[in-house]
Design a protein around this ligand. Structure first.
Ligand code: KG4
Ligand code: ZN
Length: 361
């Protein structure tokens, strides 16, 4: 293999069919992301339709990415594919395609964990976006707060106990009669809304919490969703929903962002690590970035915030190729018989030990 391996990445874990070619300097030579629109009318992703759409489009998407990169399949040095977690039917399409392709050109195949790939998204655009950092990974299926002293070394501080952050945006959008995916729709509406009209609850965020208790870092969004539901119901009954929709969107977004930022800053405080990375689809939210940047600056004037453009934050194959490149350099052989797994464990992740002091940043 050449010094700077050329990697073909493939992502089909949810409702984006994406392929990318990344060179050894993390330059994106080709990148195609096809968002499936079949789900919009259902207000959420329909797994069976997602798998079918991947199957129909995967050949064309990979061909287009290779063409953009100006390379043939036989010229890539390795193939990386999201092996999980995600929708099993959707994952199977990508994994089967990648296995066949890697076998056909006799190249190593690397199975990638989708959330580890999200960690690598910002690094594609900014080489400074590397460990050590505290990472907030917020997507449609996961909410993870991690301390990352080094690539491959992941200490779990907190996770959601019910809905993921993106899922909360999607469900609240539905309650407000806004289209799927809900995140961008809520963000747009919230911009037009009045910031302080509705003060909604901040679940699992209280001043009297102890760092030794798991709710100190864990998240919960279902109570916030219920509070929005009750508010929407009340406003609707008074015929006020149409004039207050933007204010509700803003109230929800402020509450969600406050919880996400506050818990991230708790981890900054404990680890002493003022470098923060935002990853996953919700990291595309401008208000989250803005509040995180302002509050981090106040807490740690020397702190730094990293996030990628929406193209490498939302589901995409460039981040998969980047994570595959890291995994390729790790001990242990890439295996030709990787399996798709809806509940793939996060490689290298351990839980934070609440009584042991966390190592230096
Ligand atoms: O990472 P991602 O593309 O897919 C998963 O791995 O789930 O994240 C998708 C999630 C959706 O829930 C979507 O509503 C949310 O990211 N999202 C946003 C924004 N853009 C996408 N949430 C808040 N604000 C946004 N601008
Ligand atoms: Zn994702």
């Amino acid at each position: 293999m050449s010094e700077a391996p050329l990697i073909l990445g493939l992502e089909t874990s949810c409702d984006e069919t994406s392929a990318a070619v990344l060179d050894g300097d993390d330059r994106i030579l080709g990148h195609v992301i096809l968002s499936q629109d079949v789900h919009a009318v259902y207000g959420g992703v329909v797994p069976e339709l997602a798998a079918r759409a991947h199957l129909q489009k995967v050949d064309g998407v990979v061909a287009a990415a290779l063409q953009e990169a100006g390379v043939e399949l036989a010229e890539v040095d390795a193939v990386g594919v999201t092996a999980g977690p995600g929708l099993i039917g959707a994952l199977l399409v990508g994994v089967s395609w990648a296995r066949a392709a890697a076998w056909a050109v006799d190249r190593p195949l690397v199975g990638v964990h989708h959330m580890e790939a999200h960690l690598f998204g910002p690094a594609i655009e900014d080489p400074e976006a590397r460990p050590p950092f505290v990472a907030l990974l917020v997507s449609g299926g996961h909410t993870l707060l991690l301390h990352v002293p080094a690539w491959g070394d992941y200490i779990l501080f907190g996770e959601t106990r019910d809905d993921a952050a993106g899922e909360a945006f999607d469900k609240v959008a539905k309650l407000l009669g806004l289209p799927y995916p809900g995140g961008p729709a809520i963000e747009r509406r919230a911009k037009a809304g009045s910031l302080g009209r509705f003060d909604l609850p901040r679940p699992m965020l209280r001043r009297d919490q102890s760092p030794q208790a798991s709710d100190y870092y864990d998240f919960s969004f279902s109570g916030l969703k219920t509070a929005v539901g009750n508010l929407v119901h009340g406003l609707d009954g008074m015929g006020m929903l149409d004039v207050r929709r933007d204010d509700v969107a803003s109230g929800f977004q402020e509450a969600a962002v406050d919880v996400l930022v506050s818990k991230t800053l708790r981890a900054v405080d404990e680890t002493g690590c003022g470098r923060v990375l935002l990853g996953g689809g919700v990291a595309a939210n401008g208000r989250l970035r803005e509040v995180m940047r302002d509050r981090l600056k106040r807490a740690r004037p020397d702190g730094r915030l990293f996030f990628g453009s929406p193209r490498v934050s939302l589901d995409n194959a460039a981040m998969v190729a980047r994570a595959a490149r890291f995994r390729l350099g790790q001990p242990g052989d890439p295996t030709p018989d990787i399996q798709a797994s809806a509940g793939l464990p996060f490689p290298g992740m351990i839980r934070r030990d609440p009584v042991a002091a966390t190592g230096p940043c």
